[in-house]
Design a protein. Structure first.
Length: 176
């Protein structure tokens, strides 16, 4: 009986789901406790994502790939983990903002309006700008942009982590 290793996609999906659930809890804390301007929570979320990507690539290398991973595999794996995690957090963000509480959206619009008034724009120009901003400050566009930006951030982290964690076999016989 052969001990079959999980595929790269399945492994990334499983680990991405775990990371996504952790990040989801952090996001919900921000929304529920209305800590929208909390920079320490933003930094904590980024650190959790970085640690999750690095740890995920290391686990993939050591457990799935038998201790060896090429740079491209590590980069792809870290990016896939981030993509799956960001899809989970974006879905929860969408559901929360659209069906539970839109306080974050209201807060963002108020912040934009305040900055526009401080800039000295006329009332007509402010109204136009608020209309434009209002199209993007909805649950759908916010969720979509969070997937794009998180995945890009994860790609950058994976570029660095892949370079650090790559380990290629010295012998041809060690290739799995």
């Amino acid at each position: 009986m052969e001990n079959k290793q999980p595929s790269k996609l399945k492994s990334a999906l499983n680990y991405g789901a775990t990371l996504g659930l952790i990040l989801m809890v952090l996001n919900l804390l921000v929304y529920v406790f209305e800590m929208y301007d909390s920079s320490w929570l933003t930094w904590l979320g980024m650190l959790v994502m970085i640690a999750g990507i690095v740890y995920g690539i290391k686990l993939y290398r050591d457990k799935v790939k038998g201790g060896f991973v090429k740079y491209g595999d590590a980069l792809g794996y870290g990016t896939m983990v981030t993509l799956f995690a960001s899809i989970i957090t974006a879905f929860v963000t969408y559901v929360y903002l659209d069906y539970v509480d839109d306080g974050f959206l209201t807060y963002q619009i108020e912040q934009v309006e305040e900055k526009l008034y401080e800039s000295g724009m006329s009332d007509d120009m402010i109204e136009q700008q608020l209309e434009i901003q209002g199209m993007f400050l909805k649950p759908g566009p916010i969720a979509l942009m969070s997937i794009v930006t998180s995945t890009f951030f994860g790609f950058i982290v994976s570029l660095i982590a892949g370079a650090v964690l790559k380990r290629e076999p010295e012998n041809f016989d060690d290739i799995t």
